[in-house]
Design a protein around this ligand. Structure first.
Ligand SMILES: NC(=O)c1ccc[n+]([C@@H]2O[C@H](COP(=O)([O-])OP(=O)(O)OC[C@H]3O[C@@H](n4cnc5c(N)ncnc54)[C@H](O)[C@@H]3O)[C@@H](O)[C@H]2O)c1
Ligand SMILES: [Zn+2]
Ligand SMILES: [Zn+2]
Length: 438
């Protein structure tokens, strides 16, 4: 699949963009540790050249905190097209400014900053509204443009389908358009609270906001990974009366019950999820939000279709959501999807008058200041409920396996580098993956 997609992309050629994806190398020849993709389930910690200023508005960061996202599992599993051997992954990271390009006046060496997972140009129609994930000018993928009619912004470390920008699961990273793409972090906010402004906090906030959760709503959340947990938390903060989390990983469901006090449905126990939802909520859910994965079929029908490549994506979760919500209910899809699914429940969608909302890749810039100032600094949203582990960058390859397999009670990890500060109070101490009980 990767070879075919890369061949099509090569044939079409890249779209001209304002931002160059490849970086210049540090003139001293210095190298850094970085996590790179070499094939499906073949990730390696490599020595890569340290980046240098490549365009005048770049910043080079020393990475002080990075992490792994559920979206990275799609890359590990080879489910996103146009990955190339040696691509450096990682789209959630923070750091200290090390070098600034000649046009950068907002930042100086040593400033603490967090990066958005997307690269905004700063001036297009979407960037002007802070819809940074939808920027018109930073993704050169003609394949995405052909498949979707338009294309998202460029993303860090997320294949050539989103521009081919080297990512932040590394000791150093180049941030193009740095004055727009970086948020300064105040001294009173520790790294473990700030890092997740890159992605999971704005993403989960966006899912709840964009799908229109209102006070008194009963909300179903499919998938109890880090995104689902944060979605449940935001839904409660927005006044939801009840939240029901659906998953099959018993540890994750128990975690959601104990840390958030929500109800849960284990779909290995309740095979017919909508039936169970109607037992719990006879009127049906007001809102359903998809925080699962597009490539883990649970029925034989979709296992077969996916194996035979008759579909790239599985519609089971969205169909369960459509059936489980009340008439005129709302369904939001924040989980990533890539291509096509068979057997979509379009009849129920239409007849019940359901508002079905593709939430898109979350526009981080629209929310991150609000989350930082109104929720993190006030203590209303404390990330310590979801950060379960802290590891050194050296352990990132075995960590990917455990996170992908949902073992060892892992939810969100904080990954430290040689530049990190010691763990903050209330957050996990550093442990080694080899010492975890699986
Ligand atoms: N739109 C965005 O901007 C954005 C940003 C970040 C992540 N995401 C996406 O959000 C999703 C969740 O991310 P995460 O980090 O929590 O990932 P994760 O892989 O850790 O969690 C996904 C959870 O979904 C569960 N699941 C799988 N099939 C299910 C089913 N049929 N019903 C119910 N649950 C099911 C899994 O068991 C797992 O616990 C991923 O698809 C990720 O790509 C989107
Ligand atoms: Zn992500
Ligand atoms: Zn733009």
């Amino acid at each position: 699949m990767q070879a075919a997609a890369n061949a099509i992309q090569d044939h079409m050629g890249p779209i001209e963009t304002e931002v160059k994806p490849e970086y210049n190398h540090d003139p001293t020849g210095k190298t850094m540790k970085a996590l790179a993709w070499f094939g499906t389930n073949d990730l390696r910690l490599i020595d890569a050249p340290v980046p240098d200023i490549t365009q005048d508005d770049d910043v080079i960061l020393k990475v002080t905190g990075t992490t792994v996202c559920g979206s990275d599992n799609h890359l590990k599993n080879g489910e996103i097209v146009t990955l190339q051997k040696g691509d450096i992954l990682g789209h959630e990271f923070m750091g200290k400014v090390w070098k600034v390009g000649p046009k950068v006046t907002k930042f100086k060496e040593g400033d603490r900053v967090v990066a958005a997972f997307q690269i905004p140009c700063g001036h297009c129609e979407y960037c002007q509204k802070k819809l940074s994930s939808f920027c018109d000018n930073t993704n050169n993928s003609s394949l995405q443009n052909a498949m979707y009619g338009q294309r998202d912004a460029g993303f860090f470390g997320y294949s050539h389908f989103t521009g081919g920008f080297p990512g932040g699961q590394a000791e150093y990273v180049r941030v193009p358009r740095a004055e727009v793409a970086l948020l300064p972090i105040p001294d009173d906010v520790p790294d473990e609270q700030a890092l997740y402004l890159s992605d999971i906090l704005p993403t989960s906030y966006h899912a709840v906001y964009d799908t229109g959760v209102e006070p008194g709503d009963v909300v179903g959340v499919w998938g109890m990974g880090p995104i689902g947990l944060c979605v449940a938390k935001w839904a409660l903060l927005k006044g939801a009366k009840r939240v029901i989390g659906i998953d099959k990983v018993a540890d994750r469901l128990a975690f959601a019950e104990s840390r958030l006090g929500i109800e849960t449905v284990n779909f290995t126990e309740y095979k017919d999820v909508p039936k169970r939802i109607y037992e719990l909520v006879p009127r049906g859910l007001d809102v359903a939000i998809d925080c699962g994965t597009f490539h883990e079929p649970k029925t034989l029908l979709h296992k077969v279709q996916k194996t035979l490549m008759l579909e790239t994506d599985v519609p089971e979760i969205v169909n369960e959501m459509i059936v489980s919500v009340r008439k005129m209910g709302r369904c939001g899809v924040i989980a990533a999807y890539s291509g096509y699914a068979n057997g979509f429940a379009i009849g129920a969608l239409m007849e019940k008058g359901i508002r079905f909302i593709g939430n898109g890749q979350a526009p981080v810039l629209r929310y991150w200041e609000t989350i930082l100032n109104d929720y993190i600094r006030t203590g209303k949203f404390d990330t310590s409920f979801v950060v379960t582990h802290r590891i050194p960058l050296d352990d990132i390859v075995p960590f990917y396996d455990i996170f992908n397999n949902r073992q060892a009670d892992v939810e969100k990890v904080f990954i430290e580098t040689q530049f990190s500060s010691p763990p903050s109070k209330g957050f996990p101490a550093t442990t080694r993956v080899k010492d975890w009980v699986l």
